[in-house]
Ligand binder design. Structure first.
Ligand SMILES: NC(=O)c1ccc[n+]([C@@H]2O[C@H](COP(=O)([O-])OP(=O)(O)OC[C@H]3O[C@@H](n4cnc5c(N)ncnc54)[C@H](O)[C@@H]3O)[C@@H](O)[C@H]2O)c1
Ligand SMILES: O=C(O)C(=O)C[C@]1(C(=O)O)C=C[C@@H](O)C=C1
Length: 290
C-alpha cells in the first residue's frame, strides 16, 4: 500500500460539531492530516470529540489551540466566525491558512478579511452537505462524499492557500467548485435558506392550530415529516444565517410569496386546469433532481 501524502501536518478545528467534526474524521480516514486539535466553548463536547477520535487533543485557549497550525478550520455559527478569529489570530504562525465552512459568505468575508495581518491567508468555503443534527456526536466521516463544496475566493485570496483548501476538500470526496460571494449567497438563499424558512413557518403554522384539544402534529405522517426534517436544525445556526444573508433571503421569500399567492388564488377560483399545470410543472422540476 502506498502512503498518502499528508496535506495538513497540523489542523485546528474551531467548533467541533457536525461540520468541523466530520471534516476531521474524513481527513483522518483519507490519511491526509497529521495532528488534529479541537477548540470550542463546551468542555463536554470537546471531551466527546476526543473519545470519538475526532480530535487528538483540545485546548480551551484559542491562541494555544492554533499554535503551530498549518490550517485552521472555522466551524462555529456564522455570526461568531469573525469574533473567534479575532481571539486566536495572535497565536498563528506566519503562513497559516484559515478557512471556514460557514453557510453565508459575503458577511463572513467582509468581517474576517480586514482583521488579517500580512502572511495569514483566508480561503472562504462552504460544504453543501449537512444534517439537522449538531455537536461532535453528529459528525460522520462520509458526510462530504459526492457533495459539492463551494469556495469563494476574493482578490485577496492567495493562490497557494486556495490550492491547498481545494485539495483538502477533494481528499474527503467533495466536488469543489468556485463562485463569487454574491452568487454563492443568492444561490444558497434559494436552494437552502428559503426551504428552511418555509419549513420553520410550516411547523409553526400547523403546530399552533388549536381548533381541537389534541396536538394535531401527533397525526403527522410521511409528507409532513419529510418536508419538515430540517426544522429540527440548530436555532442559533439558522438565526445567524437569516440575519447575515438578509437581502438575498428576503428576495427569495418574496418570490415564494408570489407562487404561494398564485396557488391560493387558483384554489379560491376553483381553477382546475391551472392547479394541474402548477403541480405538473413542480413534479417535472423536482423529478429532474432525483
Ligand atoms: N449543519 C449543516 O447542515 C451545515 C452545513 C454546511 C455548513 N454549515 C455551517 O457550519 C458551521 C457549523 O455548523 P454545525 O452544523 O457544525 O454546528 P454544530 O452546532 O454542530 O457545531 C458548532 C460548534 O461550535 C461551537 N461554538 C458555537 N459558538 C462558539 C463560539 N463562539 N466559540 C467557540 N465555539 C463555538 C458549538 O459549541 C459547537 O460545538 C455553521 O457556520 C453553519 O452555518 C452547517
Ligand atoms: O440536509 C440538511 O439537513 C441541511 O440542511 C443541509 C444544508 C442544506 O442543504 O440546506 C443546510 C445548510 C447548509 O449550509 C448546507 C446544507
Amino acid at each position: 500500500m502506498t502512503a498518502k501524502t499528508v496535506l495538513i501536518p497540523r489542523l485546528t478545528i474551531i467548533g467541533v460539531g457536525l461540520i468541523g467534526g466530520s471534516l476531521a474524521l474524513a481527513l483522518k480516514e483519507a490519511g491526509v492530516v497529521g495532528e488534529v486539535i479541537g477548540c470550542g466553548r463546551g468542555k463536554p463536547n470537546l471531551e466527546k470529540a476526543l473519545e470519538l477520535g475526532i480530535i487528538d487533543s483540545y485546548k480551551r485557549d484559542p491562541q494555544e489551540a492554533v499554535s503551530g497550525a498549518d490550517v485552521v478550520f472555522l466551524a462555529t455559527p456564522v455570526k461568531t466566525l469573525a469574533t473567534v478569529t479575532q481571539r486566536f489570530l495572535p497565536g498563528l504562525k506566519p503562513g497559516a491558512i484559515i478557512t471556514d465552512g460557514g453557510s453565508v459568505k459575503g458577511a463572513v468575508v467582509r468581517a474576517i478579511e480586514p482583521l488579517l495581518p500580512d502572511g495569514i491567508h483566508f480561503v472562504p468555503g462552504h460544504p453543501i452537505a449537512g444534517t439537522e443534527n449538531s455537536g461532535a456526536e453528529a459528525a460522520f466521516s462520509t458526510l462530504y462524499h459526492g457533495k459539492r463544496c463551494i469556495l469563494t475566493p476574493t482578490e485577496n485570496t492567495a493562490s497557494n492557500a486556495l490550492a491547498l483548501v481545494r485539495q483538502m476538500w477533494s481528499a474527503v470526496g467533495s466536488d469543489v467548485v468556485q463562485m463569487s460571494l454574491e452568487k454563492h449567497d443568492k444561490v444558497l438563499a434559494a436552494i437552502s435558506h428559503l426551504p428552511h424558512m418555509v419549513a420553520y413557518a410550516l411547523v409553526n403554522a400547523v403546530g399552533s392550530y388549536d381548533h381541537y384539544e389534541e396536538n394535531i402534529l401527533e397525526y403527522s405522517a410521511g409528507g409532513f415529516r419529510d418536508f419538515t426534517r430540517i426544522a429540527s436544525s440548530d436555532p442559533t445556526m439558522w438565526r445567524d444565517i437569516a440575519e447575515t444573508n438578509r437581502d438575498a433571503l428576503l428576495e427569495m421569500m418574496e418570490q415564494f410569496d408570489v407562487f404561494f399567492a398564485e396557488l391560493k388564488a387558483d384554489i379560491v377560483a376553483g381553477n382546475s386546469d391551472k392547479l394541474f399545470d402548477f403541480f405538473q410543472r413542480s413534479k417535472q422540476l423536482r423529478d429532474a433532481i432525483l
